[in-house]
Ligand binder design. Sequence first.
Ligand code: PEP
Ligand code: MN
Length: 338
Amino acid sequence: MIIVMKSSATTAQVDHVVARVKSLGFDTHLSVGEERTIIGIIGDERPVDDDAFSLMEGVEKTVRVLTKYKLASRDFHPQNTIVHIGTVAIGGNQVVALAGPCAIESESQIMAAAQAVKKAGASVIRAGAYKPRTSPYSFQGLGEEGLKLLAQARLATELPVVTEVMSSEQVDIVAKYTDAFQIGTRNMQNYNLLCAVGSTDKPVILKRGMMSKLEELLMSAEYILSRGNDQVILCERGIRTFETATRNTLDLSAVPVLKQLSHLPVIVDPSHAAGDWHYVPSLSLAAIAVGADGLLIEVHPDPEHALSDGAQSLTPERFSTLMNNVRAVAAAVGREVA
Ligand code: PEP
Ligand code: MN
């Protein structure tokens, strides 16, 4: 249940309602908007009587939130959340490009990729040091050595970086080098990991499980939010369907649906959805047109020799061309590129 306070409610009235909720054994979550404050009741509030609150001073109304997720829900938090990765704001009017290779392979490779994506207009560098590969015989990433190289690229470009964390044991080491965590599709329901990153103060890009419903994605976001970390970005990266012409099927309808259900920023990863670089530009433009707050794109200086996901990686030149087109589509829908 949420308690919507009147716009004229005083701080003392808000405090009084919060104290009442707590006296019943629940936690509260306060959303202080420009217009009014909304108090969320956290916990199984089925036995709570709405009248207990609707008659209190300063209360406008009480609303039962029917979704299983609360903190991720727009009912709880009507205004858009803006997440900051370094100084880059995601979820506002500017659309943001996060780009880089699938994996960090060497100093020269990550440096070339980072400089190229910066030049083309990316605001955040992405690259993996711990790689969740389908085969145990495939390149697994450089681990901490890779994180150090990523930190070097960060220093050289002055751009913030994001990298995947695969287990709760890795959270501390990854946190040492990164500006934001990425939770991959295979780990969307790794609840220990979600709680571990939820206990940090670094932003989290949460990718949709390849076989997960949007409600399940939002429940996973709820795990992170409920641990106190409110910096969560949702990422649509394609889901498994009967269609095999692309690696996954990019569910573009996820964007407006998630935007309606939640206040969290939504970005799209067309690279892992398509699995083929030819489709990445058009899917990127469509994602911006449908309301995405950003794009997560794989770019490699030499895709032919990439140690992972070369087929879906754009060359720096193709990425640069794409960014020009992204600017045009963003402008057409009343936004701009950061
Ligand atoms: C990645 O971003 O490199 C990655 C492994 O993505 P996903 O988890 O979406 O497959
Ligand atoms: Mn990849």
